[in-house]
Every structure is written in C-alpha cells, then in structure tokens.
Design a protein around this ligand. Structure first.
Ligand SMILES: Nc1ncnc2c1ncn2[C@@H]1O[C@H](COP(=O)(O)OP(=O)(O)OP(=O)(O)O)[C@@H](O)[C@H]1O
Ligand SMILES: [Mg+2]
Length: 440
C-alpha cells in the first residue's frame, strides 16, 4: 500500500514542443504571494538556455503581501485565500484573461529528497518496455508516512553496473537499472496550500518544489551540467536544489530566512517589525567595520509607550545584529550540502537567489562559509517581466513558467496516468480526489 505513488501531488501534462500555451504561476511565499501569467511559444533551438523549448512572455503580473502563511505553509486559510485572490486578480486584470488553473510552488513542509535504485534482467537490447519496467520497479519503494511526492525524476540508467547512461535505448546487456530522484514534502503542508488555492476556485495543475523551479529560472546550462546548488533565501524558508549532469538530483530546506533577520533587528533595536524590515532593507549589511561609527540610523519609537522617543544607533550596531543570523543560515546551508551528494563536487558553485539574497555584503560570508564559488541569481530569459518582478525574490514565481517545459522529465506510473490527463479523461476532481484518498 505504502508504495511510492502514495501521496502523489497533481502533475501536469507536459507542454508539446510544437504548441503554444498560456500558463499561470502562483508562488505563495512567506512574505508575498505572486501570480504570473505568461504565453509560451515554441522557438527554434537557441545558443543559451538550450533546454527551453519555448519563449516565455509575461502578460500578467499581480502580487500581494502574504497573509495567513508562515514558513511557506498556510496557518490561516481565509487570510491566505484573500492574499491569493488579490495577486491573481491583479495578474488577470493586466492580462485581460481569466485563469482556471495554476502551477503552484511549495517551499513549506521540510522539502527532502530520496534516491531509489532499481534493477531488472533484460534479454538483449534495451527496449521501451524494459524502460517502462525498470521505472515501474523503481516505484515499488516505500516512502515515509505523511510525505507527498512532488517530483519523480529518472536521473540516470545503468547497464551491467556501468552507470551514468542517459539514453539506454538499443544498448546491450543483461542487467538494466535506473536511479530515481524523488522529492517530497509533508502531505499536510501540500494539502493545505492546495486548499487555499481551491477556495479561490482555481485548479492546481501541478505542485512543484520551490527551489527546483527557482533553479529552472536562474541557472545557466553549464552550471546545471557541471554541478551547482541553487539556494532560494526567502522570508520564512531557505530551500536548496542541487543539479549535476544537467539533472535535478537533490532538494532540502529549512524554516529560517530573511524574516528571522527582521525579527532579530526588531528585538535588538526595540523597533516595530515594520520599522525593522524597513531598516533592514535600507541599511542592513553583514559588513562589520565597513560602516563609520558616526553613521547613525534613526529607529522610530514603537508607539507602545508615549514617553518613548526615537533612538539613534550606529549602523555598525545593526551589522552586529544581522551578521550572526545570516551566518547561521549560511552554516545550515553548508551542512545540508555537505550531507548531500553535492559534497562529492567540491568545485560545484552555489547560486544564491530569493529576496533575502539581496542583503548587502552577503558575498563575503557566503563564499567563506560555503567554501565554494558563489554568484547571485535572478530570473533569466523571460520577456515582458515588470520591473517589480525582475529581482531575485521572483526566482520561484518565474521558474514556475519554465516548469511546463521540464514536466516531461517526470515519471509517474501508469496507475497515476489520470494525473497526467489534465483537463481530459478523469478530470480535475478525479485526479485530486484520488490524490487525497491516497494521502489520508
Ligand atoms: N535589499 C534587501 N536586503 C535584505 N533583505 C531583503 C532585501 N530585499 C528583500 N529582502 C528580504 O527578502 C525576504 C523576502 O524574500 P522572498 O520574496 O524571496 O520570500 P518569500 O518567497 O515571500 O518567502 P519564502 O520563500 O520563504 O516562503 C524578506 O525577508 C525581505 O526582508
Ligand atoms: Mg519564496
């Protein structure tokens, strides 16, 4: 019973390389909800971003301050629904279309990855049915209870023990194997995000790991091939996706982010959270000693006590508050990467993205703590993006627009084909109904 498709989230039908499509993306973050609507048009093979079969043109964008969410998960359905409606309405108005379904990202619920290997005996050359058989065998593994599958990606085949084979069709051997990367999150976190979206009368076409789609947005081909980790530093979460040989091979995440820095500032300077957020984005820096002791910032009174007055504190005091928390987050990223297969790629670089990666002076502690080359990533190769959505905070939202072009890489067993027939056959209710029945 507890086979791999247990807790499978909805999966979209991959976009045909020859067809245009309208795609709607919804990123429910801890600080903002963003909705993007884009037209995907097939384009001829190009020199850069060669894995993309379609040009992406944004035609609608809406966003709202997040409400009712914490660490990427829903804690108040009605409030989350309000924020989603506001973001979706904005995008629909700009695009002059009404959307029925969205591709949804997940950063909540302790993202994690497992690798499953399976091997079967074959007679002679590898056939399509051998491939189907070995993929099916890889799905017989059991998952921990309460986990929902976000991705199920074959990352390489082996013949008679020799691995790293991309396209095994027609190759000769007796033993044929596959390595499967399965990315999961907590079923409850996934289900409640879906519920919030459904309350807005929207279908969830697919549910995908936030850091994976951030990587689809910010990663260059060479980086994915040579080995890279994309770290999405959000407000309530820091999530990561590791790529090797062009494939997504690992994901992880933890519930710490830019909001924790803001709260530290609010506590340390006795400021309101709103003022602490403003002080952080204007003056926040991890550089100690760089700023002059006489360089003062104004911290407004919290307003709780009338006798209280605005205070003036040196900028360096702010850096002393910010730095330890930023270092803690980077150390956790380092430890998670060290515990993953990325440890075997000491030269693989780290690409930092997400709103909290914009902290002034981050590159020095990041390079030092992570011990790898570091660069900062923003959405690549997407036209029509409004200025407000061009930054690192929109890596996941824009990556959701790329995902339909990568959906064909996913493998789900025939039994779950109903999930793939988006809009036809079983239809949405059947697909989601099935998922919920299997999950609970
Ligand atoms: N210039 C800046 N300097 C420092 N921090 C910044 C800056 N701009 C934005 N941030 C921080 O980035 C965070 C928001 O990032 P982002 O929009 O990626 O998060 P999110 O997607 O809402 O949250 P999550 O992905 O964790 O659910 C906030 O904590 C914000 O303070
Ligand atoms: Mg985010």
């Amino acid at each position: 019973m507890n086979a791999l498709h247990y807790g499978l989230t909805p999966k979209m039908k991959p976009i045909s390389p020859r067809k245009s499509a309208l795609v709607a993306a919804l990123d429910i973050g801890s600080s903002k909800v963003a909705c993007l609507i884009a037209r995907l048009r097939p384009h001829p093979p190009q020199q850069v971003l060669t894995r993309r079969s379609h040009a992406i043109e944004v035609v609608g964008f809406g966003h709202a301050a997040a409400r009712g969410t914490k660490a990427g998960g829903v804690i108040n359905l009605a409030q989350a629904e309000d924020a989603i409606r506001q973001a979706v309405d904005g995008a629909e108005r700009m695009a002059s279309v009404e959307i029925e379904s969205v591709v949804l990202s997940v950063s909540a619920g302790r993202l994690a990855s497992e690798l499953f290997a399976a091997e079967i005996n074959i007679a002679g050359a590898v056939s399509e049915s051998d491939i189907a058989r070995v993929l099916g065998a890889s799905h017989r593994h059991s998952l921990r209870d309460g986990r929902a599958v976000l991705h199920s990606l074959p990352i390489g085949y082996s013949i008679n023990g020799g691995n790293g084979i991309r396209d095994p069709r027609g190759m000769l051997g007796e033993r044929f194997g596959v390595d499967m990367h399965v990315a999961t999150t907590d079923v409850a976190a996934a289900r409640n995000l879906m519920l919030a979206v459904e309350r807005c009368h929207l279908d969830v076409e697919a549910m995908v790991a936030g850091p994976y789609v951030s990587a689809l947005s910010v990663l260059a081909d060479d980086e994915a091939d040579l080995g890279a980790a994309v770290v999405d530093m959000g407000a309530g979460t820091t999530t990561l996706a590791v790529f090797l040989g062009g494939r997504f091979i690992h994901s992880d995440g933890f519930a710490l982010g830019g909001l924790n820095v803001t709260l530290d500032i609010a506590r340390g300077l006795n400021a309101s959270v709103a003022d602490a957020e403003r002080i952080k984005t204007f003056y926040g820096s991890v550089l100690i000693g760089g700023s002059d002791e006489r360089d003062m910032i104004t911290v407004p009174a919290t307003g709780e006590d009338e006798r209280e007055q605005a205070q003036f504190v040196p900028r360096s005091a702010l850096a002393h508050i910010v730095r330890p928390r930023v270092e803690e987050i980077l150390e956790m990223v380092r430890d998670r990467l060290a515990a993953s297969s990325f440890a075997a790629e000491p030269r693989g670089r780290v690409i930092l993205t997400g709103g909290a990666s914009q902290m002034t002076g981050l590159s020095e502690p990041a390079a030092r703590i992570l011990g790898r080359p570091v660069r900062f990533g923003r959405p690549l190769g997407i036209s029509g993006l409004p200025d407000a959505a061009k930054g690192a905070a929109f890596a996941a939202a824009t990556g959701l627009l790329v995902y339909p072009q990568a959906a064909h890489l996913e493998y789900f067993e025939a039994r779950s084909k109903r999930y793939l027939t988006s809009g036809t056959g079983g239809g949405y209710i059947a697909r989601v109904g099935q998922w919920l029945r299997e999950s609970f």
